[in-house]
Design a binder for this molecule. Sequence first.
Ligand code: R1P
Length: 369
Amino acid sequence: MAERSGACAVVALSVRAPCRLAAQREAQLPPAARRRGAARQLRVRADAGTAAAGDVAASTVLRPRKTDISDANFPVDSEGRTYHLGTRRGEVANRILSVGSEKRALMLAEYLQPPAPGRGLFMLESSRGFLTITGRYLDVPLSIIVTHMGLANADFVVRESRAVVDGEMAFIRLGTCGALQPPARLGSLVVADPGAILIRRNPDAFGPEGEALGLPPYTFSQPIPSDPVLSLALQLEAARLLGPEGVCSGLNATADSFYCSQGRRTAWFDDRNENLLADLLTHQPSTVTLEMETAQLLDLARCSRGSIRASAGVIVLADRQSNDFLGAERIEQLERLAGQACLAALARTQLEDAWGAHNGSGTPVWHHC
Ligand code: R1P
């Protein structure tokens, strides 16, 4: 049942699962419970707009309608909502878990406690498809944000969340990746410690002038550091949940394309990337993983005037040497365990935020519209 509250469409959904499963946080769910959880989450999508209101533990998905925008430099609407994420002050926590897909976000939201007893989780989906879920983990306010894929989306999530949160922030990205070499191996979680480099396709190299000058078709940045405290916290929590053999650390490479800039080859395009992976390992021999967002997150954190700590953990789905790919069931198991490790690392990281110790006695960082 949909109702109106201000400029938000409020859609009540039957999602008791997040609240009931919150009691099992930090525990690996048995396979049957995981399957039930997945089915329930799929129903959440299917039932959107039709489920009955009044469910004590119901969560809501707010879908704010865009109102007039002011400030072309940093657009916000008349409610103070950002242009792409659609959130405003009070709806996003200082600790953010950034994930690539809605499925991953809803799965990990099962481990969050609601903001207050009897309430659902705060959920808001923007017109651009960014889903923000705010609740508590280990009693600490925390948001999970669906970042989708690529540098530009990571930029939206970090900048627009930063704009509506006071105090210091911590971001962890939980993503998936390809492995280039040990210690990264199929099924391991690799923490981006010491950080990430950025691989960019260079369009100038593909024009006649660039060809005449012999410009390189791809460029590699220097390493961008992750936050050492957050990275260590993530490694410790991951070792606890995945076992020490299930987690390692190393330099990540973030590419501006899934295809050409990661050395994937197709006949349709002149990508000149035959030597890309070899060149990458010549440039940075310790690179172990390839994905598409981490360097952007770390670059923004480095440039945040000390206001953002950031790190990332990526699950190895693909082995770029052997061409092997991880099975779907194992991927979900790892997402759940690594996700809980990320949530715990965020919750246990001390921040200089505006709400003190988040022990439940302070002002909540969100309010339902
Ligand atoms: C490509 O398939 C996507 O998967 C990886 C890449 O970084 C890219 O976003 O991460 P996620 O699983 O977090 O999306």
